[in-house]
Design a protein around this ligand. Sequence first.
Ligand code: ADP
Ligand code: MG
Length: 324
Amino acid sequence: MLTPALPLGEFDIIRRFFSRSQFPSSGVVKGIGDDAAILHPESGYDLIAAADVLNEGIHFPKSTSPHAIGYKALAVNLSDLAAMGAEPLWFTMTLSLPEANEDWLSEFSRGLFEIADQFGISLVGGDTVKGPLSIGIHVLGRVPEGMALRRDGAKPGDKIYVSGNLGGAALALKRGSSGHSVDKDLQKKLDYPEPRIDLGRRLLGVANSCIDISDGLLADLCHILEVSSKGAEILAKSIPLSEFCQEIAQGSVPDCALNGGDDYELCFTVPKEKSDELNKIISDSGIQITCIGEISGREKLIIKDEELAGAGLRISGFNHFEPR
Ligand code: ADP
Ligand code: MG
């Protein structure tokens, strides 16, 4: 006889969708099921911690699939570990749900664990509450002691590099929110960012500074410049554009590539004497890496492109360094 399904309680949700018997990373002495997780870091490493919250309607549109929400919530956190050159280990998750919908939870946890397993990171605890849809994730990773990539190490003469290409995520968001249909591959740029964990780890001891591009290339590069007390000259035409942005570029660099967020590529600086090591990283990893300019001693960001300057180039979110 069929029994009607009981509404899911908080502990059913945790047990059914988030507790697992196996952990993809080592060092979990106790995961879900006590008041707190017990984690055992190995000696010789620094622990790297980061947290990011995704709220519905602010960090992702209401139309986003639960699978993509689960994937992206962890991906953006992993991107912060990538920017530090860290190996992912453990994460906790604070989940605020308007209702306990089984189908939604099943798809959400599928997306979450898909990327967790891909990068070998274990869910070890969290909190589950009723409220507006919001996912808060706190990640922990490790880097050999003293080796973490930081924003504040850029030196004059360093070349500035960007991984992958830029602008696709912002273009997808713009098209989707203005009611246009969005190409499937373009939508993927927004919903399924690829954290550059492998690249970040390879850059240890090679890059002088690094940041992940979450707020837009110019704004995030300015974070490096500000905390390193340096300036930069970049060549706008060298910025690698997503193939979708190339279509709308028409000879100039579109705003979505300069100021669009959500691409989660790495922007980093490498001293000239390490260029052979960087070339080896490029050939070993197969990741597209583009030089876009050079760090200078003058505290100014100069964007070399007359057309762009004439078109009223702007740096959104940050105005400390003025384009010329
Ligand atoms: P407490 O009351 O001690 O805060 P809870 O009853 O909230 O603990 O949670 C019980 C266990 O389930 C804890 O180990 C907690 O870390 C874990 N947990 C709760 N929510 C989540 C979640 N969304 N994801 C992973 N683990 C969770
Ligand atoms: Mg407790």
